[in-house]
Design a protein. Structure first.
Length: 647
């Protein structure tokens, strides 16, 4: 098959893979195919050419010895020249010229002795096979269109010269055979021209497809790298560290290769932010991240941002002593930065860090999260020891949730003692119309002191009290909001423990029946995180809830470990983007991250809800981005059901 020939610009960027380079790449590949095809084609043509020695013997026996000798000489020379050029790595065009010359010389070399035959009648019919040489030039070799026309044209001229000057024949013969040769020449040339156009189109389409594939691949790599990179500091994020943790954990369990985990917290960072502003706070975190990276990576470790002002380090070490030594280098390196912080409540005036260290120990356990929890406990003790220090995990040290034990009996009786309540925060479209409300659980102690949900929700999950509290929250929200038509839709947060409970869907169905409301007016918000593992009972529960018409929302998307996996596995009605992505839009990198996340969700076809709208500028930005729903203190504070209409 003949290739298409395209004039391509020379050079090209070593970074960007342009369309011209895609064409060049395909041209190079096609050139190699053409060289192999020309070699096979020539050997086959030579075999057929030599095989026609048999008709020579039958039709023109008087000159057959000469024509057969001519065939072998031409065939041998053609193959010799072709193979010689192939060994010399000559350009493909010279291989094509050699094949074309072989066709012309082969025809003329046979024709010259053949016309001397005395059997002119047989020869007159035998001349018809000369058309094969023209067809070979146009159809059976990968010649350029011009070269193929020249080759077949020479064969055509040789035919006319022969029958006119050396081979007397009747006018009828000349007309019939002349028309046949001209027809073959015209037809095969036209076919070759159309094939050349088609091949050019195929090459261009293939080049465009290759270029688009490369672009898609590069975008995929960029998105993958972006998904494993902290948007602020440029180091790894929790997702990247999760993969690294799994690798080290498997190496520890299988080969007993020790490693250590550090959790690093910037001391009194909230005060730093309040004193110097969020931009300076971001700059502080970026400088610290760069300094820690310079300490950790040369030792074979990996550092990432764990969240807020916390960093996490995963590093292979041979002993706990080496781990503590590296942790001390990290602490002193931050001190050497001498970043001013005059709002600290202690006697220091610079930024410092507290470090919690956990080292692999027997038994290995079942989950990698154990060593992270141990590092977290060590960090808690470092903070309790006055900060700016290092603490290694010790099973005998007090744990931060020891005091939380006081909440266990309180949570068990919270509903009966009216210590738990719901407040509702409105959800608007970008034009300011309220579309739904989110139910938020509140807990107060008997003396009236409020307890943060970040404190009592984990305790409720650990003790199982969340099952009863969750059912109460759904029922109360339906009665407060839906039965009174205060709002068309109410959303309620559900815990992973509730989703794994086989009775959740049945409880929701009973609540909807008792309240007499449609399931489509209730939304359950699922928060991504480590606890949301993809168990079959979770998928079954979600499927049962969908059968009731209940909407399933993904809450705090982007803040956990498994958001993309869950977004792919479940068709959520609404995806709520975590507030941190909106708050980080003050810098171009943060804005780009938010835009990428919105594009990802929009391409999935989910309704997009952005949390944490606290300023008019943030609302204006979300309007520009054409967000579906918004929520935040700028639009509406959480209030009781009675005050919701007024709010």
């Amino acid at each position: 098959m003949s290739a298409s020939y395209i004039d391509l610009p020379s050079g090209g960027s070593p970074i960007a893979f342009s369309f011209a380079e895609a064409c060049k790449s395909l041209e190079t590949e096609n050139d190699a195919v053409r060289r192999r095809g020309s070699r096979r084609g020539l050997w086959m043509a030579v075999a057929v050419y030599v095989a026609f020695a048999v008709p020579d013997q039958l039709l023109i026996p008087d000159v057959a010895p000469v024509t057969i000798a001519a065939r072998f000489v031409v065939a041998t020379l053609a193959l010799f020249m072709f193979e010689l050029l192939l060994l010399a790595k000559a350009k493909t065009i010279w291989l094509d010229v050699t094949c074309a010359a072989a066709l012309v010389v082969g025809y003329v070399g046979w024709l010259c002795p053949a016309i001397a035959t005395r059997d002119t009648a047989a020869m007159s019919y035998y001349m018809i096979f000369g058309a094969i040489f023209m067809m070979g030039a146009n159809l059976f070799f990968s010649f350029r269109f011009l070269l193929s026309v020249i080759t077949s044209g020479l064969v055509l001229c040789a035919f006319f010269v022969t029958i006119e000057a050396f081979f007397p024949s009747s006018p009828a013969y000349k007309l019939a055979f002349g028309l046949f040769y001209v027809s073959c020449f015209t037809f095969t040339s036209f076919v070759n021209w159309r094939l050349t156009i088609e091949r050019r189109s195929v090459l261009l389409n293939a080049a465009e497809a290759r270029h688009q594939h490369w672009e898609a691949s590069e975008r995929g790599k960029s998105l993958l790298e972006l998904s494993h990179t902290d948007y602020l500091t440029g180091i790894g994020n929790r997702r990247a560290l999760d993969r690294r943790l799994d690798e080290c954990w498997l190496a520890w369990k299988n080969d007993h290769r020790n490693f250590s985990v550090f959790l690093i917290d910037v001391d009194f960072f909230k005060r730093f932010n309040d004193r110097y502003g969020h931009q300076e706070g971001d700059r502080c975190l970026t400088v610290i991240a760069k300094a820690l990276k310079a300490v950790v990576e040369p030792s074979g470790g990996m550092i990432g941002r764990y969240g807020g002002e916390e960093f996490i380090v995963v590093i292979p070490v041979e002993s706990q002593r080496m781990a503590l030594s590296l942790a001390e280098r990290i602490r002193t390196e931050v001190e050497f930065l001498a970043i001013g912080h005059d709002e600290r409540p202690d006697d220091r005036a610079i930024v410092s860090v507290s470090v919690g260290v956990a080292f692999t120990r027997e038994p290995a356990g079942e989950k990698v999260e154990r060593i992270v929890r141990e590092a977290d406990l060590a960090l808690y003790n470092a903070k309790a020891s006055g900060r700016n220090c290092i603490r290694c995990f010790d099973p005998l040290l007090p744990r931060p949730d020891d005091n939380a034990g006081k909440l266990v009996p309180l949570l068990a009786a919270a509903i009966d003692r009216n210590l738990v309540s719901l407040v509702y925060q409105p959800i608007f479209d970008v034009h300011g119309k309220a579309r739904a409300v989110e139910a938020l659980m509140r807990l107060r102690l008997p003396n009236g002191t409020a307890v943060s949900p970040k404190v009592f929700i984990p305790v409720a999950e650990q003790t199982g009290a969340i099952l009863e509290l969750g059912r109460w929250a759904i029922e109360t929200a339906c009665r407060d909001i839906l039965m009174t038509d205060r709002m068309a839709t109410v959303s309620v947060n559900v815990s992973p423990i509730q989703l794994r409970s086989p009775g959740l869907a049945a409880s929701v169905a009973e609540i909807l029946r008792e309240c007499g409301v449609s399931g489509s007016r209730l939304a359950l918000e699922v928060t991504e995180g480590l606890d949301m593992d993809m168990r079959s009972e979770v998928f079954k529960c979600i499927a049962d809830l969908r059968n009731l018409g209940v909407e399933i929302w993904l809450d705090d998307f982007g803040s956990g470990f498994a958001g993309l996996s869950w977004l792919r596995a479940i068709d959520f009605n609404t995806v709520k983007v975590d507030r941190t992505f909106l708050h980080d839009c003050s810098n171009p990198r943060g804005l780009m991250m938010l835009q990428d996340m919105i594009s990802l969700i929009r391409n999935r076809g989910n309704t997009i809800l952005v949390e944490g709208v606290e300023t008019a500028a943030q609302l204006s930005l979300l309007r520009e981005l054409q967000i579906d729903r918004v929520q935040g203190y700028h639009l509406g504070m959480p209030v009781s059901a009675e005050l919701l209409q007024a709010a």
